[in-house]
Design a protein around this ligand. Structure first.
Ligand SMILES: N[C@@H](CCC(=O)N[C@@H](CS)C(=O)NCC(=O)O)C(=O)O
Length: 339
């Protein structure tokens, strides 16, 4: 797999699976915090006084395909930070050269800050000796000309807390009295669900696949039951935890089910997870962050060891816009017009 080693691009540098055939996600490297933000539970990031929340100062590099980057796009939309934080979008296909800017392609943009061709150039600008994977999302500081952070959970927390003075929509994704539970739920769903689909899809032996899929569906069953009488994961209104669950669920039926062999059941066959997914999808602005073409192109064409011919699967034919009727569980409503 490709990564930077001492600032040089290498195509042979890291293995995604270990000797047992299990998928191992690498640690994230840029872990600074913007002043005024609230480090997420168990974070080893450090608050750095160099970085203050300001409008127009920070830029997000994302892929619409990536569930981790998608967390930051959903939060930016729901909180109304579009004018505060700008965005560049990479090509959904990630080849030998890593993430690339192809502004001519539908839904993609140029690198608005540096005019770079590849995302790795941004990493090397931040650290000429960088040794790391070149991943999205990236939160870039135009003032200090460096990467603040490239860990989605932490960027999400910064958007919720440090950027609070710039929120233009009346939604609290981290109510004080729910903060501990939100952190617990984000942690609880990470390994079995958010990362679990990757552990199933990238397993190279039967045992790690069996383990990942069993745990994944046990946990989906558990949350399905939980959502039977509660509208969102931690209460009556959406929180950061719902964003973290959403970006995995929205990819599930079109990609993880088939491509990653997470096929015991579709999300649209669950009694509660399916209407819950539509509820979050229909929150104002969220649908505009979902680019299913990018999602499908990325997964089916970028993993030649999983789908060697790069054929993009059709279907399933499901309607995220269908009435969810979850408002019978709580009357929470964000009375703002779709962007
Ligand atoms: N820990 C990171 C993970 C980000 C991540 O793995 N992003 C993937 C895209 S879905 C990526 O950019 N992978 C490129 C690579 O591993 O070389 C986060 O949550 O922000």
């Amino acid at each position: 797999m490709n990564m930077l080693v001492n600032g040089e691009w290498r195509t042979d540098a890291y293995q995604t699976t270990d000797k047992t055939g299990s998928f191992n996600r690498q640690q994230t490297t840029f872990r600074n915090w913007i002043v005024g933000s609230d480090p997420a539970d168990k974070s080893d990031a450090t608050i750095d006084n160099r970085f203050e929340a300001e409008s127009g100062r920070y830029h997000l590099y994302v892929s619409y395909a990536c569930p981790w980057a998608h967390r930051t796009l959903v939060a930016r939309k729901l909180l109304g930070l579009e004018d505060t934080i700008s965005v560049s979008v990479v090509d959904p296909y990630r080849g030998e050269d890593g993430w690339q800017f192809t502004p001519e392609k539908e839904g993609c943009t140029e690198d608005h800050i540096h005019g770079a061709d590849y995302l790795r150039e941004i990493y090397v600008k931040a650290d000429p000796e960088a040794t790391c994977r070149v991943t999205v999302p990236v939160l870039w500081d135009k003032k200090e000309e460096t990467i603040v952070n490239n860990e989605s959970r932490e960027i999400l927390r910064m958007l919720t807390t440090a950027f609070e003075p710039y929120h233009t929509r009346d939604i609290d994704l981290l109510p004080d009295e729910q903060k501990d539970r939100v952190d617990e739920v984000i942690t609880e769903i990470y390994e079995p669900i958010n990362n679990g689909v990757y552990k199933a899809g990238f397993a190279r032996r039967q045992k790690p696949y069996d383990k990942a899929v069993t745990k994944l569906f046990d946990e989906l069953d558990r949350w399905d039951e939980h959502l039977g009488d509660q509208r969102f994961l931690v209460g009556d209104s959406p929180t950061e935890a719902d964003i973290c669950m959403f970006t995995t669920l929205i990819r599930f039926d079109h990609v993880y089910h088939t491509h990653f062999m997470c096929n015991k059941q579709y999300i649209h066959q669950y009694d509660s997870l399916w209407p819950y997914l539509r509820d979050v999808y229909q929150l104002p602005g969220v649908a505009s962050t979902v680019q299913m073409d990018h999602i499908k192109e990325h997964y089916y064409t970028t993993h030649p060891d999983v789908t060697p011919h790069g054929i993009i699967a059709h279907g399933p034919d499901i309607d995220f816009e269908a009435d969810h009727q979850r408002d019978k569980l709580s009357d929470w409503d964000l009375a703002i017009a779709e962007q």
